[in-house]
Design a protein around this ligand. Structure first.
Ligand code: MG
Length: 468
């Protein structure tokens, strides 16, 4: 019972409900608000209407038209996430974050005198209570003998619960589950298995390893064969040892043509995504490396809120990073890399294309791409390494890099000279509607202004909730 998995419940939506009292108990959907946006997080109220992560926003709107649709506030999510990760790190330095709201902890690195159910339950209870009291959001926790089982346990604990799977009970829990419970089994693999009558993990455990390898390939087949027997030796890999994959290309001559450079970055990103797919990895931090005509090597990286292996997302982020570097003198070498790797293949929640909204008075918040870039301009990063503590440096919202907009995006924090702090409820046709409330107030009134009202400005979130 060495591995603890923590997952915040409906994280982004919970933070929004915390800070927007009028939305508590109501369906809230956070995601890309452009025409091709996808749902990032749906509150539990929205889930009862069948809205799910990674669903297109248009389908979500059809299922749940009365929900609040918000673009998301990553600075706030990151603040809560950092608090939670600090709590976990205090339990054990052997911490593997998977995304802003999810992490594995190896309790072998903790002070617990023994890892028996009693002390482990007490530790998990205290952890959940602290997170709830200090952040206003709830966490679910699973504890088990492996990463696979700990993650399944926290899934079963949701929402706001804890499940401990004691040694020996693994197969009883695992075998009735759908094959989709195993990492790396997406809809395509599940469909292929279903054609053979394999629906549950127990069904899968009856297939021989050679048959599985035939079906899904060598690497994947071997892994599935072990996981179906709850054999999971994967270690919790800490931030410092996080692996990376990169691809690069050196050119015979300096490349100066921007169109060609853009095409080369896209090709490298696709190659990188192919490798990630082949090895069953997804990653959070994308790095672009350039060697200029004078052999200066520059790297820029950006970290997404959740891991991706989507070639379009990798390519879009890499292209934006290229646009931050002065390449007018020519480029000798280009590389694209990814780190913060996770062997849990996740749906890509952030892969929407940025687009202008139809309404000329409203500009798209676009791809709902997080978040930060590191490396000040002119600074040199080691050629192949991606800075492992890059998450701390120079936060810039990629959304801003992508669009350079200062639009009134639904959900964003604003302040009005006369009415005080509030959030954007909606905008369009040259108007913006604001609800004046914060985490510490009752549900507040709604008022509409001209979009260029000088009394209204974007605001840092109203300070609250990280203490209660
Ligand atoms: Mg979560």
């Amino acid at each position: 019972m060495r591995v603890l998995h923590l997952d915040l419940d409906a994280f982004f939506a919970s933070v929004e409900q915390r800070d927007k009292p009028s939305l508590r108990g109501r369906p809230v959907i956070v995601g890309g608000i452009g025409p091709r946006g996808v749902v990032s997080t749906a509150s539990y109220e929205a889930r009862t209407f069948g809205v799910r992560s990674a669903m297109s926003m248009s389908e979500a709107r059809a299922r749940c038209p009365h929900a609040a649709y918000l673009a998301g506030r990553f600075a706030v999510y990151r603040e809560v996430s950092e608090f939670v990760m600090d709590q976990l790190r205090a339990i054990s330095p052997l911490l593997e974050p998977l995304s802003l709201d999810e992490a594995f902890v190896d309790l072998g690195g903790s002070d617990l005198p023994d890892l028996s159910p009693g002390p482990v339950r007490k530790l998990a209870d205290d952890l959940r209570a602290t997170i709830r009291a200090r952040t206003g959001v709830t966490a679910s926790v699973g504890v088990a003998s492996s990463k696979l089982m700990a993650k399944i346990a926290s899934e079963q604990a949701k929402p706001d619960g804890m499940v401990v799977i004691e040694p020996g009970a693994e197969l009883d829990v695992l075998h009735p589950l759908s094959v989709r419970a195993l990492p790396g089994v997406g809809p395509a693999t599940a469909a292929r298995l279903a054609r053979l009558g394999v629906k549950t993990v127990g069904d899968l455990a009856r297939i021989t390893e050679p048959d599985l390898v035939d079906l899904v390939g060598a690497a994947h087949g071997g892994m599935l064969h072990r996981l179906a027997r709850a054999r999971d030796e994967r270690a919790v890999s800490t931030e410092r040892e996080s692996k990376s994959i990169s691809v690069e290309d050196t050119f015979d001559r300096d490349v100066t043509d921007p169109t060609l450079l853009a095409a080369l970055v896209t090709r490298l990103a696709e190659k990188l995504a192919e490798r990630m797919n082949a090895s069953g990895h997804s990653g959070r931090t994308i790095t672009l490396k350039t060697r200029l005509h004078d052999f200066t090597t520059l790297s820029r990286s950006a970290t997404l809120p959740a891991p991706t292996d989507d070639p379009r997302t990798v390519s879009r982020v890499a292209s934006r990073l290229l646009s931050e570097i002065d390449v007018t003198g020519g480029v000798r070498l280009l590389g694209v890399g990814v780190s913060g790797l996770s062997d849990w293949v996740q749906d890509d929640l952030f892969g929407t294309e940025p687009e202008a909204a139809e309404d000329p008075g409203e500009r798209s918040a676009g791809g709902f791409v997080g978040v930060r870039t590191d490396g000040a301009s002119g600074e040199d990063a080691p050629a192949d390494a991606v800075p492992s503590d890059g998450d701390r440096a120079g936060d810039v919202r990629v959304g801003e890099l992508l669009h350079e907009t200062q639009a009134w995006v639904p959900g964003m924090d604003v302040v009005h000279d006369e009415h005080g702090p509030g959030w954007v409820w909606g905008s369009g046709l040259g108007r913006v509607t604001v609800r004046f409330e914060t985490a510490g107030t009752p549900p507040g009134p709604v008022r509409t202004f001209a979009a260029d009202d000088p009394a209204l400005s974007p605001a840092r979130p109203h300070p609250q909730a990280l203490s209660e």
